[in-house]
Design a protein around this ligand. Structure first.
Ligand code: GRF
Length: 199
């Protein structure tokens, strides 16, 4: 079977990217290869992770391309020239232009650190998600992989995994537990996509 080419979009530390790199390297995802890593920030540690693994990396930042149309054109060029089958948003902190979403319809997935439809949408990112979960008195949280559509965290859900919220948790300890769930379900979702099991 020909491997599906994945482009991973990042902005930060890239532990979800690393989970994908590791699962591909250990043979758990034989149907996929990472063709390219594209960061919205030049200082994202995710870029270093990519370089260490010999993967092509690029930066398409708002600073370098302040004009949104031009930035979108650069991003599409980067995705298209890598012959991207699947776009994975792994801690990508930028909103994709509708043109990108239309071109890659049902071929863009995102990982979100809550059980959608709870604690998602605009404003729910990073530690804020976990603070809101704690403030809401939840006993369960988790992670969600979903398709990306024109809304914020509104696309069809692919996989979710629950984790307990402990009485002793703060946003940092809860985020760490949710992140472990993210590292499991993101490679699983990529596998489902690459094996054509998402219909
Ligand atoms: C994760 O919590 C992810 O759900 C969110 O941003 C964080 C990225 O972490 N979208 P990392 O860069 O993969 O370590």
């Amino acid at each position: 079977m020909e491997k599906k080419k994945i482009s991973v979009l990042v902005s930060g530390g890239g532990t979800n990217l690393q989970a994908l790199i590791d699962r591909i390297a250990d043979g758990s995802i034989p149907c996929a290869e990472i063709a390219r890593i594209i960061s919205s920030r030049p200082d994202a540690y995710a870029l270093t992770r990519g370089e260490k693994s010999g993967i092509s990396t690029m930066v398409v930042s708002a600073k370098e391309y302040p004009d949104r149309k031009e930035r979108t054109r650069k991003l599409l060029e980067a995705l298209d020239s890598a012959k991207t089958d699947l776009v994975v948003l792994a801690g990508y902190m930028s909103i994709l232009d509708p043109e990108v979403i239309a071109r890659y319809r049902r071929r863009i997935i995102n990982i979100h650190p809550s059980l959608i439809p709870k604690y998602c949408g605009s404003g729910f990112y990073g530690e804020r998600v976990h603070q809101a979960v704690l403030a809401g008195g939840e006993t369960v949280s988790g992670a969600t992989v979903h398709f990306v559509d024109e809304g914020v965290d509104t696309g069809e859900i692919i996989l979710q995994r629950q984790v307990p919220v402990l009485a002793s948790d703060d946003a940092v300890t809860l985020a760490a537990r949710v992140l472990l769930a993210e590292h499991q379900i993101l490679p699983e979702a990529v596998t489902l996509f690459c094996e054509d099991k998402l219909k």
